[in-house]
Design a protein around this ligand. Structure first.
Ligand code: CS2
Length: 491
C-alpha cells in the first residue's frame, strides 16, 4: 500500500471514501506561523483551523518544530508533512487529511535553521504547545524557574537554546538586530492566563540577558488563548483504523473527538489570520473561558485519571461509565468548581453536560495514564486554584481534596495490586522519595507532599481544613482503595 503524500493523495480514491482534503493548492502556500511543540494536540486543533484558513489566505502556513524528539519529523517528512485527522465518536470515524504544516524542524539538529526561520520577516506568529513543563516555570507562582537546568543552559549558551523560552528569546534577539518588529507569541497550553504566563517568563529570560533585549521583548504581544479538544495519544490500532479508511499508509495519524473550541485574545500587532472565519472566538478577555476549562474539564480529567487508574480503569470512557465516578465528577463540577467561575450558570451547566458526554465518548481511547502525567505541573491550575477560592470563603472542598489525595496515592508509584506505576513527572524521583520515606503513613505522606512548595505554594500546606481533608482521603485510599473511597464519598 502507498504511503500518504502529495502524489499518492492526488491519485488515491480518498474522495470516494468520504475523506476530506484541503481545497487549496498547497504549492501556493507560504509560511506565516512557527509552531513550537508539534505534538498531537496542535495537529488536532490549531493545524486544523489553519487548514481551513489557507483557502482564504495562503500566507499563514505552519512550520512546526519539535523540541525534544525528531519522531514527528521522521514520520511526516516522507509524507510531505500531510497527515490524517480521524474524528471519532459512537456514530463512526470521519477522516480528514491536513495540509497546513509545510515543514517540521527538529530543534536539536536544526536549531540554527529554526531560530532563523522564527526571525524571518514572513513569520508573524510563534505559537506553542510545549505542555506545562515546557515553560520552565514554578507552577505555583507562574514565574520563570531560574534554576531550571534548561534555563541555566540557555543563559550560558544563548545562541544554542534548548528550552522554548530560550528559543523565543534568541529568535527575538535576532529580529531586534535585524530591525524587525517582534513576532506575536501565542501560547496554546493549558496554563492559567497562558499568554500572561508566557509573557512573564519570556520577558524575565530576556531581562537576564541584556537591557536592550529586555526593552525590545517588552514590546512583544502575548495573547492568551483557550483551546479545547481531547486528543489521545495515537496507537498502532489507530494506524490500522486510519489505513482501512483512507487506503494509504499514514505513519502518524491523529485521533480526536468532534468537539473543538478556540477562544483567542485579539492582540496581534503584526496581524493575524481571520481566525473568526473558521470557528474561533476572538475576545478581549480569555480568562473566564480558561478558568472554566481548566477547572471543569481539566480538573475532572486529572481527578478521573488518578482515581480511575487506581481503580483499574485504563480509559476515561470506562472511568466515567462507573456510576460512582460519574457522580463524583458531576458533583466536583457542579458543587465545587462552578460556583467559583464568572460565567453564567446556564453556560456552565451546558458546558458541564457536554463534558460528561465528551468524557463518555467510547471511540476515544484516552488513557487515564496519559492524563496522569506531569501532575506536579497540572494540579495548581486544575484543582488548587479552585480549592484556594473555596477555602477563602469557608466553602467545602471534599471532592477536590479527593482528587489531590488520589494524585498523592498515585505518585507513590505502587498500584492497589502492588504493581509498579510508571509515574511520568519532572519531579517523579523527588515525589517517590517522599513517598518511600512516608512508608504508607497517610499523615507523613500528605505532609511530605504538601511541603513541595512548587506545587502547593506556602499557604496550602498550613491550611488545616485542606490538610485534614486530603489526609483523610489519603488514609482511605491507602486502606480501602479508590473504588471504595469514591463510593463512600458519593453515598
Ligand atoms: C488532558 C488534556 O492530558 C491532559 O492532561 O486533561 O490534554 C485535555 O484532554 C485537553 O486539555 C482537552 O482540551
Amino acid at each position: 500500500m502507498s504511503r500518504l503524500n502529495t502524489a499518492s493523495l492526488a491519485s488515491a480514491s480518498v474522495h470516494q471514501r468520504g475523506v476530506s482534503v484541503a481545497n487549496y493548492d498547497r504549492a501556493t502556500i507560504s509560511p506565516g506561523i512557527v509552531h513550537l511543540g508539534i505534538g498531537a494536540f496542535h495537529r488536532a486543533h490549531m493545524a486544523a483551523y489553519v487548514d481551513d484558513l489557507l483557502a482564504l489566505n495562503p500566507t499563514w502556513g505552519i512550520i512546526g518544530a519539535s523540541l525534544r524528539r525528531p519522531d514527528t519529523r521522521d514520520a511526516l517528512a516522507p509524507q510531505d508533512f500531510l497527515y490524517t485527522l480521524a474524528i471519532r465518536d459512537a456514530s463512526g470515524t470521519h477522516c480528514r487529511v491536513i495540509s497546513s504544516i509545510l515543514d517540521v524542524l527538529d530543534a536539536n539538529t536544526q536549531r540554527r535553521q529554526l531560530i532563523e526561520t522564527m526571525a524571518s520577516s514572513a513569520i508573524r506568529i510563534v505559537s506553542l504547545t510545549v505542555t506545562e513543563k515546557g515553560y520552565c516555570h514554578d507552577p505555583a507562582t507562574g514565574e520563570l524557574d531560574q534554576n531550571h537546568p534548561d534555563i541555566v543552559h540557555d543563559l550560558a549558551h544563548p545562541e544554542a537554546p534548548v528550552s522554548a523560552p530560550g528559543l523565543i528569546v534568541q529568535a527575538l534577539e535576532l529580529r531586534r538586530k535585524n530591525g524587525l518588529a517582534p513576532f506575536t507569541v501565542m501560547s496554546c497550553d493549558n496554563l492559567p492566563s497562558n499568554g500572561k504566563t508566557a509573557g512573564r517568563i519570556v520577558r524575565r529570560l530576556a531581562e537576564l540577558r541584556s537591557p536592550e533585549l529586555a526593552a525590545y521583548v517588552a514590546t512583544a504581544a502575548f495573547p492568551s488563548t483557550m483551546i479545547d479538544r481531547i486528543v489521545p495519544a495515537t496507537t498502532d490500532a489507530d494506524r490500522e483504523i486510519v489505513k482501512d479508511i483512507i487506503d494509504l499508509e499514514d505513519a502518524w495519524p491523529i485521533m480526536t473527538e468532534p468537539f473543538t473550541q478556540w477562544v483567542i485574545e485579539d492582540h496581534f500587532p503584526l496581524g493575524r489570520p481571520p481566525f473568526e472565519t473558521v470557528g474561533a472566538e476572538l475576545v478581549t478577555d480569555v480568562e473566564p473561558f480558561e478558568l472554566m476549562k481548566l477547572r471543569m474539564l481539566n480538573g475532572s480529567h486529572s481527578t478521573m485519571a488518578y482515581l480511575g487508574y487506581l481503580a483499574g480503569y485504563q480509559y476515561v470512557s470506562e472511568a466515567i461509565a462507573d456510576p460512582a465516578i460519574h457522580k463524583l465528577v458531576n458533583g466536583l463540577m457542579t458543587e465545587e468548581a462552578m460556583p467559583t467561575l464568572p460565567m453564567s450558570r446556564a453556560t456552565l451547566e451546558a458546558y458541564r453536560d457536554q463534558l460528561l458526554a465528551r468524557f463518555a465518548n467510547p471511540a476515544l481511547k484516552h488513557r487515564t495514564w496519559q492524563i496522569a502525567m506531569d501532575g506536579s505541573q497540572k494540579l495548581p491550575q486544575r484543582l488548587l486554584g479552585t480549592i484556594r477560592d473555596r477555602l477563602a470563603k469557608g466553602q467545602g472542598i471534599q471532592r477536590l481534596a479527593l482528587g489531590v489525595a488520589a494524585w498523592m496515592r498515585y505518585v507513590t508509584g505502587i498500584d492497589e495490586q502492588g504493581n509498579a506505576i510508571d509515574v511520568k513527572d519532572p519531579h517523579a524521583a523527588r515525589l517517590r522519595a517522599i513517598a518511600d520515606a512516608a512508608a504508607r503513613d497517610p499523615e507523613k505522606l500528605a505532609a511530605g507532599l504538601l511541603a513541595v512548595t512548587e506545587i502547593f505554594g506556602t499557604d496550602l500546606a498550613g491550611n488545616s481544613a485542606f490538610r485534614t481533608a486530603v489526609t483523610k482521603h489519603l488514609k482511605s485510599l491507602l486502606e480501602s482503595g479508590s473504588a471504595a473511597t469514591v463510593a463512600a464519598l458519593v453515598a
